[in-house]
Design a protein around this ligand. Structure first.
Ligand SMILES: [Cu+2]
Length: 166
């Protein structure tokens, strides 16, 4: 009887310990993530940005620049634009900014090589829009490049980020 009791206590403690371990062992990245695509309200409001100051470096950003999601997951981009156009475009895992050619016509990047998803081009007159990547975009593990297809933002202000798919 005493032995059975001890065994039962051991089982209960063992299950409790597993319960504590499970979240750290099993928790991978979430299936979804949200990214602010453009932070155009920071810095000065005096155009032209490129000649006036360096505000564009703060405005034309992805926040956070890198997110991690599970295979098959999605990312929602909250596009916010006051200068030019923001258009998120996703390139296949392994693509780097150096691989991208600005092909145009101006003012767009429009490099079709390795492109896996194209979001809406949102002009400043519209201002905001949310875009969720379509199913199939992040089906393979790896590091995906996501850039702004508006060439001045990509080329002059490094407006791009990363999605790590695990
Ligand atoms: Cu942009």
């Amino acid at each position: 009887m005493q032995r059975r009791k001890r065994f039962a206590v051991a089982v209960v403690l063992g299950v409790a310990a597993l319960g504590l371990l499970a979240p750290t062992v099993l928790a991978g990245p979430d299936a979804t993530a949200s990214v602010l695509f453009g932070n155009d309200d920071v810095g000065s409001s005096f155009p032209p940005i490129t000649e006036h100051d360096e505000s564009g470096n703060g405005k034309f950003n992805l926040i956070p620049r890198t997110v991690a999601i599970a295979e098959g997951g999605t990312v929602t981009y909250d596009i916010f634009v006051r200068f030019g156009v923001h258009q998120p475009v996703v390139y296949e895992a392994g693509t780097t900014p150096d691989d991208i050619d600005v092909l145009g016509p101006f003012p767009f990047v429009n490099d079709p090589v390795g492109r896996v998803a194209v979001g809406p081009a949102v002009p400043a007159a519209v201002g905001t829009r949310a875009w969720t990547t379509p199913a199939g975009t992040f089906d393979d593990p790896g590091r995906y490049l996501v850039l702004c297809n508006f060439a001045p933002h990509f080329s002059e202000f490094d407006m791009y980020g990363w999605v790590n798919v695990k």
